[in-house]
Write a new protein. Structure first.
Length: 249
């Protein structure tokens, strides 16, 4: 469903992403980890078509993002760290607007919006102005805009940042449901970027770690945390390595 093939992104002498490759199968929920500045957001922006790679290929649901951009973008839903919301619009009106932008056919548009409202727990606030909603509900609206066109792939950047513990639990449950839905609902493949390691342990079954633009780890969560190790210990082990080398040098 997602294939990153030797992705690199350079800004002059700065290498933000360096030869990163991975694949995600249908229904996988993968935690994409790394320190600040590691290249996570750049990689996700390449996968969603917001940035062109300097080298490499991004394929979404069989479509090359830069050779078949319309087909690839129809196959992906993206929740950036700051959701692209219009605070003066009401929830239903905003989702209808997004559905139009994402080429949901007119005959299916109302049903698509209703499904997104139900799946994201927004039916009771569908007529509320987005700017008057709590942070947790605005994040739900952000998720709803990502799924309104029923894409097979979801790319979520820090989906619970700034939420309180109750809101975090609710959003985690929602993401888990998107990957393992009830009968008749779209199953999504999810790549989830976060700094909250318990979130990865609660939702994901596989972990990828990027550090200084390079992928340094890609393994099942159960394998990484076997033998009593915590994900925090695994993270520290792989991100502290370069620091130790620099200090010793």
């Amino acid at each position: 469903m997602i294939a990153a093939r030797h992705l690199s992104k350079r800004y002059g002498d700065l290498v933000a992403v360096n030869d990163v490759s991975f694949e995600l199968a249908k229904g996988e929920v993968v935690g994409f980890l790394g320190p600040n500045g590691a290249g996570k957001t750049t990689t996700m922006r390449i996968l969603t078509g917001f940035l062109p790679p300097t080298d490499g290929q991004a394929v979404i649901d069989g479509h090359d993002m830069f050779e078949e951009p319309l087909a690839a973008r129809r196959s992906v839903g993206y929740l950036p760290e700051s959701p692209p919301l219009y605070p003066e619009m009401d929830v239903q009106g905003y989702l209808t607007f997004v559905a139009k932008l994402k080429d949901v056919p007119r005959a299916r548009r109302r049903d698509a919006v209703d499904r997104a409202l139900v799946r994201c727990g927004l039916t009771d606030v569908r007529r509320r102005v987005i700017g008057a909603l709590s942070k947790g509900y605005r994040q739900r609206v952000g998720l709803a805009q990502a799924i309104v066109h029923s894409p097979p792939v979801l790319i979520l950047d820090e989906p619970t940042v700034g939420l309180d513990p109750t809101q975090i639990r609710e959003i985690r449950a929602l993401i888990a449901d998107l990957a393992a839905p009830k009968a008749g609902e779209t199953q999504h493949t999810v790549i989830l970027s976060t700094h909250i390691l318990p979130e990865v342990e609660a939702i994901c079954r596989r972990v990828m770690l990027i550090h200084r633009g390079r992928k340094v780890l890609d393994a099942p969560l159960a394998e990484l945390t076997g033998g009593g190790r915590s994900l925090e210990q695994v993270f520290a082990q792989h991100t502290a390595r370069d620091v130790a080398v620099e200090v010793s040098a």
